[in-house]
Design a protein around this ligand. Structure first.
Ligand code: URA
Length: 229
């Protein structure tokens, strides 16, 4: 196993053994990040829901299906990126014998931060896309307002460029004309991510050509077939 994969496997085992929060005893499976550990892009969501808890994998339910479509719209597959969450256990609440997903508590996000930070340190992404307000707040503070402050580049952890967009589960809850309006905003944010990845790639190419002493021949930025998800 390569170094990054074995470091992620160790992290997975340690997160599985963690009992800092009560939800560690109510969840089924621990849900750590998956995807390409060499990826330049890391997606950070809120936390596992029922489907993720059952499977032990992030974003495998309906929100995950939409996230996959959103990535495809900018020419990326799930396997091309690294996908994780702010917390690794399902945050749930029980009412009348039924179990519901709930938003993670600040304390749970703080307790789990070590595991997210270690995923970032292992994968070393250059760009982080935080989806939804809880993920955004965990990086940018409790005062972050997603409506006004999404779609802007911020200095993220460990030298990353960080941008925030709406959570796919939020899009799925919308009705009527709101759906298209919000999808357009998300689409703008996704295109900003695509441009950032292309710029970073081009900058790396310039540097590698310089190191070998050859004159730089700019190649046009690859324009993938972009379409609204
Ligand atoms: N929503 C999230 O934020 N993360 C998941 O893994 C699934 C749904």
């Amino acid at each position: 196993m390569d170094t990054k994969r074995s470091a992620l496997a160790t992290l997975h085992a340690q997160a599985d053994a963690c009992r800092r929060c009560a939800i560690a005893t109510t969840r089924d499976k621990i849900v750590c990040g998956v995807g390409d550990p060499e990826s330049t892009l890391m997606i950070v969501g809120e936390g596992p829901g029922e489907n993720e808890d059952r499977k032990g994998e992030p974003f495998v339910g309906r929100a995950g299906e939409l996230l996959t479509k959103m990535l495809a719209a900018i020419g990326l597959s799930r396997e091309d990126v690294f996908i994780t969450n702010t917390i690794k256990c399902r945050a749930s609440t029980e009412e009348n014998g039924r179990v519901f997903n709930r938003a993670p508590m600040l304390e749970e996000i703080a307790n789990c931060r070590e595991f997210l930070d270690r995923e970032i340190a292992i994968v070393k992404p250059r760009v982080i896309l935080a989806v939804g307000a809880p993920a955004a707040k965990s990086f940018l503070g409790a005062g972050f307002g997603i409506t006004r402050q999404r779609g802007i580049w911020y200095a993220g952890p460990a030298g990353t460029d960080l941008i925030v967009t709406f959570h796919p589960a939020y899009i799925l809850r919308l009705t009527g004309g709101q759906i298209d309006a919000v999808k357009r905003l998300v689409w703008n944010d996704l295109q900003a991510v695509r441009r950032k990845l292309d710029e970073l790639k081009q900058a790396d190419e310039v540097e590698s050509v310089d190191r070998e002493g050859r004159p730089f021949q700019p190649r046009p930025l690859q324009e993938p077939e972009l379409k609204l998800f």
